[in-house]
Design a protein around this ligand. Structure first.
Ligand SMILES: Cc1ncc(COP(=O)(O)O)c(C=O)c1O
Length: 383
């Protein structure tokens, strides 16, 4: 049985909505874009949503709008998708990596102080895997030190912190809609803000610095071509209309994995820290026990692949990527990042995942882990 890591859910109604746009004269900057932006703003409970062509474009515009410039320092996790670091580097700002909490896989607020310098301007707070970061502590810290907060909810649409949606608590929030996400537009992203002025600046920047005025060719600043087509927005609008059902389904899948794996002493599962929070499950991560090493995790990954099961080795730490030899960055102790990145495995996770597939993944995982344990004891016994 072949089980992919992720799979988008495309219904006939999604296809019909896309076709309807294709039959219309408005493939870009048309009514469906506005409808998608309005629906997203209503779902998140924010004043303004600006959709763009990727989550990375959203990060870039967030940094630009908050005035992050060459030489400014931006605090961020090394344990995240490389897009976060790339966005900072593209602005010639300096990434300052802070370690993560082992129980949230997100930035550890207690370690923020060690990263501060006179050049620190912003924090990018990521909600990895849809798991809520310690948002209030991070924002309090930022306010005390006059730092801006970009809230990266690319993996966390629908995640809630004390009843508020992830992405709506920082100065600017961002989302991504790649096909492995809880909802997709094919490619795409979004920014959210409460400020009308920031929203206008973001709309200008996504469309070549064009001022919104009857005078179409009025470019008042250097901008980008980050527009999202109405074709993508049609898919997004449909997907968003059933997001709550999707998140409930994914919650049930996570519970099913948990039921099967919770007694496996070789694993630590991912649980909620506070009853007031809600996880929007992006994937299903399991952490191998501390007596396992990266080579064990990689061997388990190979074993599962051979059994037709695709797993993810998210995230190789950003500070260890080869490109980081060529750019400036700062970091302190990142031992939790390195330890967790080497032991984490993300299991197949998508809406149409079936119970027998979950059963098959859990059985193959448990068997592979037991195998690693017995080969370890064997090598201890013979050494
Ligand atoms: C945390 C995080 N930030 C940013 C991005 C970038 O999004 P995109 O791939 O749409 O550019 C991603 C993408 O998966 C992500 O996981």
């Amino acid at each position: 049985m072949k089980i992919p890591l992720a799979k988008p859910e495309i219904l006939e109604s999604d296809i019909a909505a896309v076709v309807e746009v294709l039959r219309s004269p408005y493939l870009s900057q048309g009514p469906v874009l506005h409808a998608f932006e309005e629906a997203l703003a209503a779902y998140l409970g924010v004043a303004h949503t600006i959709v763009v062509n990727s989550g990375t474009s959203a990060l870039h515009l967030a940094l630009r709008t908050l005035g992050i410039k060459e030489g400014d320092e931006v605090i961020l996790p090394s344990f995240s998708f490389m897009a976060v670091t790339n966005a900072v580097l593209n602005e010639k700002a300096i990434p300052v990596f802070v370690d993560i909490c082992p129980n949230t896989f997100n930035i550890d607020p207690a370690k923020l102080a060690t990263a501060l310098s006179a050049k620190t301007r912003a924090i990018i707070m990521v909600h990895s895997f849809g798991y809520p970061a310690q948002t209030h502590k991070i924002i309090d810290f930022a306010r005390r030190h006059s730092l801006q907060v970009i809230e990266d909810a690319c993996e966390a649409i629908g995640t809630e912190i004390n009843g508020r949606k992830a992405g709506t608590l920082g100065d600017i929030g961002i989302f991504a809609f790649y096909p492995n996400k809880q909802m997709t537009t094919g490619e795409g992203g979004a920014l959210v803000t409460y400020s009308a002025m920031t929203a206008e600046a973001l709309r200008r920047l996504r469309n070549q610095g064009r001022q919104s005025s009857p005078e179409w060719f009025q470019h008042i600043e250097v901008g980008y071509s980050y527009r999202l087509s109405d074709i993508n927005c049609a898919l997004g609008l449909q997907q968003l209309s059933r997001i709550e059902q999707v998140l409930s389904r994914r919650e049930a899948l996570a519970r099913s994995y948990e039921e099967r794996l919770k007694r496996n002493g070789n694993l630590t599962l991912y649980t909620k820290e506070s009853k007031n929070d809600r996880i929007s499950w992006f994937t299903y991560p399991v952490l191998l026990a501390e007596n396992f090493h990266q080579r064990d995790r990689d061997q388990v990954w190979v074993n599962l692949k051979q059994a037709g099961i695709e797993c993810g080795r998210y995230f190789p730490p950003a500070h260890l990527q080869p490109v980081m030899h060529t750019v400036p960055f700062r970091c302190g102790d990142l031992s939790e990042t390195v330890s967790i990145a080497g032991r984490l495995l993300c299991l197949p996770f998508f809406n149409s995942l079936e119970e027998n597939q979950i059963e098959c993944v859990c059985a193959a995982l448990s068997e592979s882990l037991s195998h690693r344990i017995s080969s370890k004891s064997l090598s201890h016994a013979t050494s």
